[in-house]
Design a protein around this ligand. Structure first.
Ligand code: NAG
Ligand code: NAG
Ligand code: NAG
Ligand code: NAG
Length: 374
């Protein structure tokens, strides 16, 4: 110890012994406070018995090799993974994704590691019946599907997202940023990567979820609706502010913290509204249990990016410009210019399930390519 003090005196250039003692005493006190803190932390944070934790999702097909590990030369780039929640029978939607934005591996210095489709293992009662053989063949041909052991129904969507998070944590550790979306959404991958490329690196380790926030959204109390939410769950008849499930962007930090909270606090029941559960109920729970005494982890924060997500036009067919242009036989230069002007910041487009879905989807992609790759 005296040796250490001498050494410290040397390097810190303290003039008097008194100063040195102040240093020693305050360091000692700091250590003592830290130890007390640690003890208190353990006292308040009784470890959860293993049996009370939520069971992990059983994978029917874990596709463990699928997530691409970037080679060293491009490792410094930002890595994005796109997770698409898809219904088993939606062969058409998945194929269109593969043919369009899903075919882009890199843009604007950002790697798109993979576009992975998440499916359940059996058709839900209300869902379309799936041709099993066709599905097996698709899995074999494209290798981009992950299957979990649960009924694939709208009201089980939360289970699907939890599975996706587990899959990411186990099999896709290279990802920095996760985009969660649905199989009827078109992603403007050029604008997305451009935005990500401009973000400071701190964002990639943050606890943020970027999305279009739904505020004060009323619940549906018709018990026959697939969107039904009971008064027991939401006594005010209003959902807490949450991200639109259409698409949100988040970090692996959020994915891991969300999973940890679900395993710890929701061993059985999960809310059927996956967007509300994953982006409101869990983040609020994490926020409320963040320790005030011990250095707290950052709160989970929803960041409203309405411009990028302002996309309901196509679904409701209110946006005549876009829909008319997409329904023409060729995309004209003057239209490209008009669309570029109006949509230069839009990233996510929800495409309506009309009879000409395929054509609209492909044309939208061709138009975006024209606008953003020239
Ligand atoms: C993933 O699936 C394969 C094939 O079923 C299995 O051998 C492997 O153990 C699974 N991986 C993990 C981590 O469970
Ligand atoms: C959700 O999945 C579980 C497990 O497969 C199943 O028992 C349940 O019926 C499903 N719920 C709905 C609403 O489909
Ligand atoms: C979590 O807490 C922070 C800080 O109070 C707040 O800004 C943020 O909106 C909260 N997140 C949610 C999802 O409520
Ligand atoms: C989109 O266009 C507006 C108006 O011209 C401009 O202010 C904005 O910076 C553009 N956004 C992007 C992402 O290029």
């Amino acid at each position: 110890m005296p040796f250490l003090l001498q050494y410290m005196a040397k390097i810190t250039n303290f003039q008097t012994k008194a100063n040195l003692w102040v240093l020693v005493v305050s360091t000692g006190m700091a250590i003592l406070m830290c130890l007390t803190g640690l003890m208190l932390k353990d006292f308040f944070e009784t470890p959860m018995p293993a049996t009370l934790r939520r069971a992990k999702t059983k994978f029917i097909f874990n596709n463990s090799e699928f997530c691409y590990s970037p080679s060293e030369e491009i490792d410094h780039r930002k890595n994005v993974i796109v997770i698409v929640l898809s219904a088993r029978s939606h062969f058409k939607q998945r194929n269109l994704v593969r043919l369009t934005y899903g075919s882009v591996r890199t843009a604007n210095n950002v790697n798109i590691l993979r576009v992975a489709f998440m499916l359940g293992n059996a058709d839900g009662e209300r869902e379309e019946k799936t041709d099993e053989k066709h599905l097996r063949a698709e899995m074999k041909e494209f290798g981009d599907i992950v299957i979990g052991d649960f009924v694939d129904s709208y009201r089980n969507l939360t289970l699907k997202t939890i599975m996706a998070y587990e899959w990411l944590k186990t099999y896709c550790v290279y990802a920095d940023i996760v985009v969660k979306t649905d199989d009827d959404v078109m992603i403007n991958i050029f604008q997305l990567t451009k935005m990500l490329n401009e973000w400071p690196t701190t964002q990639f380790k943050s606890s943020n979820i970027w999305c279009m926030i739904h505020s004060n959204e009323k619940t549906i109390e018709d018990a026959d609706s697939k969107y039904y939410a009971s008064r027991e769950e939401f006594p005010d008849g209003i959902f807490p502010n949450h991200c639109s499930g259409l698409a949100y962007v988040t970090t692996m930090v959020v994915i891991e913290r969300t999973l940890e909270e679900i395993f710890k606090s929701f061993p059985g029941y999960v809310c059927t509204h996956e967007d509300v559960f994953m982006t409101a109920i869990i983040p609020q729970q994490i926020n409320s249990t963040s320790k005030w005494f011990w250095p707290t982890a950052n709160h989970i924060t929803l960041i409203n990016r309405r411009k990028e997500w302002f996309t309901y036009d196509l679904e409701q067919m209110k946006d005549t410009l876009l829909v008319n242009v997409l329904r023409q036989s060729a995309v004209l230069l003057k239209d490209v210019k008009r669309i570029r002007k109006r949509y230069n910041e839009t990233i996510f487009y929800l495409v309506a399930h009309t009879d000409d879905y395929n054509i609209l989807y492909i044309r939208l992609w061709q138009t975006l390519q024209k606008i953003f790759t020239d």
